[in-house]
Design a binder for this molecule. Structure first.
Ligand code: IPD
Length: 291
């Protein structure tokens, strides 16, 4: 019910604030040492695990019948099903976190029938809190000049062409193979003129957090974000925040306007009406190729 969604939203915020305290306390230690998961770009620390354990415990204590899907505890091949499911990334932007780059966040999402319906993304290092409940809008809460602001998030006017767009592109963990090559090709094309066969945008950013990239698209800091190969916990909360802000999530695979959370290709851009964004999205798709 609507009340339940409101309670879950409030619980997400309380948990995100607790996680934020752990992240802030860890900052110094992480600047000095970090443990390595797969390679240097995919660091996992005891903090990811500590936060996920804390989050899982609190969420399942409150909602014992819900499923839980988290980055650290999910088994390979775990899939979303129709049940209400908490989808959690304890620290999105782990590499940034481990090096003290203040662009990382905890991402807490709730899905029902494989669709995101509540989302909270919190970056304790900037005090940025992005939240959304399906049908009730998206909000950005932060302290600015000593004043606590809670701003409704609305994506700005649709972009007319790619030339004026600031586009985020992320790199994931692979450093070779077809997926890596596609990322590199898209990156290059976005910075190459039409005459030279590219689809030039204004500029490209790699901020290091898929969850925050979604929120930045929602808030109009970015115009689009392209990545082939993200995980559901990276983008679940951001997805509902983009949608409630009036943005769209198209697939990174050209032609796919209606991706689902089960895929691994996401591409949020401004404005809900695909028609309004058709030109820009199709220009982007023209640079991409399938993943
Ligand atoms: C990663 C970050 C990164 C993106 C990867 C994600 P993590 O999440 O969002 O920007 O390129 O695809 O997996 O591992 O830091 O939680």
């Amino acid at each position: 019910s609507m009340n339940t969604l409101g309670s879950i939203h409030d619980l997400f915020i309380a948990i995100a604030k607790d996680a934020g305290k752990i992240m802030q306390a860890a900052e110094y230690e992480l600047l000095v040492s970090a443990s390595i998961k797969n390679n240097t770009s995919d660091l996992v620390t005891k903090y990811d695990k500590q936060i996920e354990t804390m989050v899982q415990k609190k969420l399942l204590e409150a909602y014992p019948n819900f499923d839980f899907l988290g980055e650290e505890t999910s088994k390979k091949g775990t899939k979303l099903d129709d049940k209400p499911t908490f989808v959690v990334d304890p620290i999105d932007g782990t590499l940034n976190f481990s090096k003290g780059v203040p662009n990382c966040a905890i991402s807490l999402g709730l899905t029902l029938e494989k669709k995101a319906i509540v989302g909270v993304v919190y970056n304790p290092f900037r005090g940025d809190l992005f939240t959304a409940i399906k049908g009730r809008g998206a909000y950005w809460t932060k302290t600015c000049s000593g004043t606590k602001l809670s701003l409704p998030v609305q994506t700005p006017r649709p972009m007319e062409n790619l030339n004026s767009c600031l586009v985020a592109v992320e790199w994931g963990n692979e450093r070779e193979g077809a997926n890596w090559k596609l990322r590199a090709d898209v990156h290059k094309k976005l910075l190459t003129s039409k005459e030279e066969g590219g689809a030039m945008c204004k500029s490209v950013r790699s901020n290091g957090s898929a969850a925050l990239n979604f929120c930045y698209v929602a808030a109009g800091m970015l115009d689009a974000f392209w990545e082939g190969g993200v995980w559901v916990w990276d983008i679940c909360a951001g997805w509902i925040i983009v949608e409630e802000a009036g943005g769209i999530v198209a697939s990174a695979n050209p032609g796919d306007w209606k991706p689902t959370l089960e895929g691994r290709l996401y591409f949020p851009v401004r404005k809900a009406d695909p028609e309004e964004q058709k030109a820009v999205v199709e220009e982007l798709w023209a640079t991409m190729g399938t993943f």
